[in-house]
Design a protein around this ligand. Structure first.
Ligand code: TTP
Ligand code: MG
Ligand code: MG
Length: 397
């Protein structure tokens, strides 16, 4: 592929500090199921549907598996083994449609607990080697490998090995100057791939790819680009910015121009700030605001103290205090109010929550009481307990 020199130099300009890795587990749910049913290795297997698609254990301990052709219902494929993909069966396809393409494929139900378990295992294995991780979902992460400099390739190999040892599963890693390119690369050599991309490789490896390979160009945008005769990333990069703006609006077109050039300045975000902190409790027996006033009041105060403790541990303060009540008939109400100043102080939270409580009816018995605080900001060393302790600890004080 030949592109104008100026275009090539734009790619090379991509402001990067990499290397950043993107790791994605191979056929994740299906691969976890194969750990449980190893005799299915090498076969087309589809994960989807409810417990009705569970294999039936025989008297001799072997399993009788369901076949796709016997499926009836509206379930969809969550994922499929590479053998099933070869038959045209992919994620999000209806199981009935999949059955037409691969009637003999084995069908297994989803077991999210197992996938969450293996998700935690593989992430812990990576973190033991390279702790700068951004969690991007159940089967993928970004890993900032900047600290490893020129050793990053070796570290990526070690990570693959560690994931395999910890889980028995394979993953694919893209190692590139930034997140955008790393994400594209992890998909280039699946399964069990390790794709190392330098800026010099961009023309041969990235430009020929369809625009859909860019995370953020969905089916609609790709369709619209196709009407402009733009199919590959190279064609997108060569497209006139004015044409893109006329078709996609200012901000999306500006983003298209940047990503087509392989540019991405996003950092690996290693922790996510909580949006709110809450604690709730379901009572052992339904409590009444009048008869059980003392007990409720004590529980209410405890909840506020726990919320305050959570805030202090997370080193944040919050401004919006809210309560949640569930009545004996299961109806639920919430109330909140915004404080003039952010706080992590139990007494201040208790007082505000008490105010919220005054705005709800307390005639029915209660099943559950919850306290929440939101609009969080870093506490920046603000003293946690600045408010006076008054006679706040009364339910309708
Ligand atoms: P993916 O990483 O997209 O797919 P995958 O791991 O199955 O296969 P690949 O080797 O191509 O990465 O998704 C991870 C898991 O998320 C997948 O195993 C099942 C689930 N999932 C769905 O439930 N629905 C979907 O539409 C997709 C795409 C995935
Ligand atoms: Mg995957
Ligand atoms: Mg994934």
């Amino acid at each position: 592929m030949r592109l104008p020199f100026c275009l090539a130099s734009l790619f090379l300009m991509s402001s990067v500090s990499g290397p950043i890795a993107h790791l994605d587990m191979d056929a994740f749910y299906a691969s976890v199921e194969l750990l449980r049913y190893p005799e299915l290795r090498g076969q087309p297997v589809v994960i989807g549907g409810g417990s009705a698609s569970a294999p039936v254990e025989q008297a001799d301990g072997s399993f009788c598996y369901r076949r796709l052709r016997d499926y009836a219902g509206r379930g969809v494929v969550t994922t499929s083994t590479y053998e099933a993909r070869a038959l045209g069966v992919f994620s999000a396809m209806g199981l009935m449609k999949a059955a037409k393409l691969a009637p003999d494929a084995i069908l297994l139900p989803t077991d999210f607990n197992a996938y969450r378990h293996y998700s935690r295992l593989f992430k812990a294995a990576v973190a033991a080697i390279a702790p700068q991780i951004e969690d991007r979902g159940i089967d993928e992460i970004y890993i900032d490998l900047q600290a490893f400099g020129t050793e990053a390739d070796d570290v990526a190999r070690r990570i693959k090995q560690a994931v395999r040892e910890a889980t028995g599963l394979s993953c694919s890693i893209g190692l590139a100057p930034n997140k955008l390119l790393a994400k594209i690369c992890s998909d280039l050599d699946k399964p069990d791939g390790l794709t190392i991309l330098t800026e010099a490789d961009i023309p041969t490896r990235i430009w020929p790819l369809p625009v859909r390979k860019i995370n953020g160009i969905g089916p609609k945008a790709a369709q619209k680009l196709a009407t402009l005769n733009i199919h590959t990333i190279a064609e997108l990069a060569a497209c006139d910015a004015g044409v893109l703006q006329a078709n996609f609006g200012r901000s999306y077109s500006a983003w298209l121009v940047r990503v087509a050039q392989g540019r991405d300045e996003r950092q690996v975000v290693t922790h996510s700030e909580p949006k709110s902190v809450s604690r709730e409790t379901t009572f052992e027996r339904d409590l009444h605001a009048k008869q059980d006033r003392a007990e409720l009041s004590a529980l209410f105060t405890q909840l506020c103290e726990r919320v305050a403790g959570d805030l202090q541990r997370k080193k944040v303060v919050g401004r919006t205090v809210g309560i949640k009540l569930r009545y004996a008939d299961f109806s639920t109400v919430t109330r909140d109010l915004t404080l003039p100043e952010a706080t992590a102080d139990a007494a201040v939270i208790r007082q505000a929550a008490g105010e919220c409580l005054r705005r709800v009816k307390l005639e029915q018995r209660l099943r559950l009481l919850g306290v929440r605080i939101g609009t969080l900001t870093p506490s920046d060393g603000m003293p946690a307990s600045s408010a006076q302790q008054g006679s706040l600890f009364d339910l309708h004080a």
